[in-house]
Each structure stands twice: as structure tokens, then as C-alpha cells.
Design a protein around this ligand. Structure first.
Ligand code: HBI
Ligand code: FE
Length: 294
């Protein structure tokens, strides 16, 4: 996963793209909003328009409402202005970072209701695929749902749990919860399944794929099941997990994970295409499509 490229000692892999030379001890930097070019802002608008056209059909209503409230169509947002909107909604603020940061600092920001957002934007030739998160993924994908009170509380609880996971050697299991429920989560609504995860909602191809393709499994959320399930980072997901409500995620996570980590250590991992007899299956995927992002 992205984070394995940032070492625990805080030294960053030279393959990471951002400029880490001027980071604070908590890995934040100045956003440098004035330094964006008009081409940078135009690229944001192109990504924004393309993606927002898909949202009424595929995204959770709460995501769309948050995005509208942020009012950031015109160009790469100034994080200070967006933080004011967010702070009024749920008490979260945004901080700028050069890209991926070590887990410990990442969790500390979340625990303090600060969301780290990468300050740079992708190149025009990377419209549809990018290895590392950029400002479009981090902001457009993650920030809208942070205006939702329950999801906002969940992400803080996740950050607090992160520090404990490090102490208990549970990071790998906890990271799967982030991957499947924060990056690639679906929610069941009266209008059918909708996407709320940042990974799919910042990707044109996966926004449609996750809802419409017959290929992936869609399985009801179960905390232990999710934490056992391996994932892949270089293609669309083969399994998505479905929430009934954000409260369900919050409630499942609001317990002490210490006994859970102990149990998880004794259980085998589950492959990304496996289905268990105990699964609540919304759709059984054909696993037929090869769908490597274009
Ligand atoms: N850093 N900037 C940034 N963004 C992330 O999403 C991120 C990170 N560092 C660690 C990390 N994610 C993962 O370890 C997740 O499992 C939490
Ligand atoms: Fe992300």
C-alpha cells in the first residue's frame, strides 16, 4: 500500500513525488496556494466537472451534499477557506502535506480532527490513473464526507485506534478497514447501492464499475470479515463491502480492538475474490472483467 513507502523512522522513499524538504515535525507544509498555475486550476476544473457529472447516479447523497457545501468547482481549493466550511460543519480542518506521510503522524492528525491533504496536482497525462494520492484524490475524494457528523466522528475514532494498533501490531488489519470502508466503501440506500469511498469517487472508471459491473462481489459489512480481507492496489477492487448506515461503521469501531487483534492473528487472511458461507451477499461477482485502469 502507499504507506509502505514511508518508513517508520519518518524518512521518505525517494520515489515519492512531493517535496518533503520543508516539512514540520508533524509532516505538514504550507499549501502554497499562490504557486498553482492557471493550468493547475484548469486541470482541477476538468477533473471536477467530469467526476461531478457521475455523482447523482453513483454517489451517496451525503457525499454530494458535502461537495456542494464546499463550493470548490472553480479551481484547486485554498485549504484555509475550505477548513472554515468544514470546521463549521463538524469541527475538522485541513492541513497540507507533501504526499503520503508515516502512519503514526497520519493517525495523530485524524485523532485531532485534522485531515492531511496532498498539495500537488497530477499531470494532464495522469487524468485517469495515478499511483500516489494527489490533491484531487485527497480533497475531492475525502473531504466531502467529513461534513457528515457521523462519518466525521468515525474518522477521528479511526485515528485514535491507529495509535493503539501500532502498539498492538495490528496495523495491517486496521489498514484493511481504511482501505475497504474509507477508500472503497458502498452504502445501501432506498435507491440501491451508492458509493461513498474516496478511492472510487476520485476515479472516473471505478465510480461506474463499483456500482454497475457484474464482476466484483458486493458483501455486507462485517468488521472482522473486512479486517481479514486482502486487497489489491493496482486495479479496481474485486470485492466491495456495503454499509447499511454510517452509524453501523461507527458502532462497530467504537469498541476496544485488543481482543479482536488477538483473534485476527490466529485466523487466516481471506483472498480478495473469496466468498464465505457467512457472508451477506448483495451481488455475487463474476470476477470476469480484467479492468486495469486505462
Ligand atoms: N498519508 N497523506 C497520507 N494519506 C493517507 O491516506 C495515508 C498516509 N499515510 C498512511 C496511510 N494513509 C495508511 O497507513 C492508512 O492505512 C491509514
Ligand atoms: Fe485516500
Amino acid at each position: 500500500d502507499f504507506a509502505t513507502r514511508v518508513t517508520d523512522s519518518g524518512k521518505t522513499d525517494t520515489a515519492l513525488r512531493g517535496d518533503y524538504r520543508h516539512v514540520q515535525p508533524d509532516f505538514t507544509i504550507d499549501q502554497g496556494w499562490d504557486a498553482y498555475s492557471s493550468a493547475d486550476h484548469a486541470l482541477w476544473r476538468t477533473l471536477y466537472d467530469r467526476q461531478s457529472a457521475l455523482l447523482p447516479r453513483y454517489a451517496a447523497r451525503e457525499f454530494l451534499e458535502g461537495l456542494t457545501r464546499l463550493d470548490v468547482r472553480d479551481g484547486i481549493p485554498d485549504f484555509r477557506r475550505a477548513s472554515d466550511v468544514l470546521d463549521r460543519a463538524t469541527g475538522w480542518i485541513l492541513v497540507a502535506v507533501p504526499g503520503l506521510i508515516p502512519e503514526r503522524e497520519f493517525f495523530e492528525h485524524l485523532a485531532a480532527r485534522r485531515f492531511p491533504v496532498t498539495n500537488w496536482i497530477r499531470k494532464p497525462e495522469e487524468m485517469d490513473y495515478l499511483v500516489e494520492p494527489d490533491v484531487f484524490h485527497d480533497f475531492f475524494g475525502h473531504v466531502p464526507l467529513l461534513t457528515h457528523p457521523v462519518f466525521a466522528d468515525y474518522l477521528q475514532a479511526y485515528g485514535i485506534g491507529g495509535a493503539k494498533a501500532i502498539a498492538l501490531n495490528g496495523q495491517e488489519h486496521l489498514a484493511r478497514l481504511y482501505w475497504y470502508m474509507v477508500e472503497f466503501g458502498l452504502i445501501n440506500t432506498k435507491d440501491g447501492l451508492r458509493a461513498y469511498g474516496a478511492g472510487m469517487l476520485s476515479s472516473r472508471g471505478e465510480t461506474q464499475f463499483c456500482i454497475e459491473s457484474p464482476s466484483p462481489h458486493r458483501i455486507g459489512f462485517d468488521l472482522e470479515r473486512v479486517m481479514r480481507t486482502q486487497y489489491r492496489i493496482d486495479d479496481y477492487q474485486q470485492t466491495y463491502f456495503v454499509l447499511d448506515s454510517y452509524e453501523q461503521l461507527m458502532n462497530a469501531t467504537a469498541v476496544d480492538f485488543t481482543p479482536l487483534y488477538a483473534r485476527l492473528r490466529s485466523l487466516p487472511a481471506i483472498g480478495p475474490t473469496e466468498v464465505l458461507a457467512s457472508d451477506r451477499v448483495f451481488t455475487l461477482g463474476t470476477q470476469g472483467e480484467s479492468h486495469k485502469a486505462a
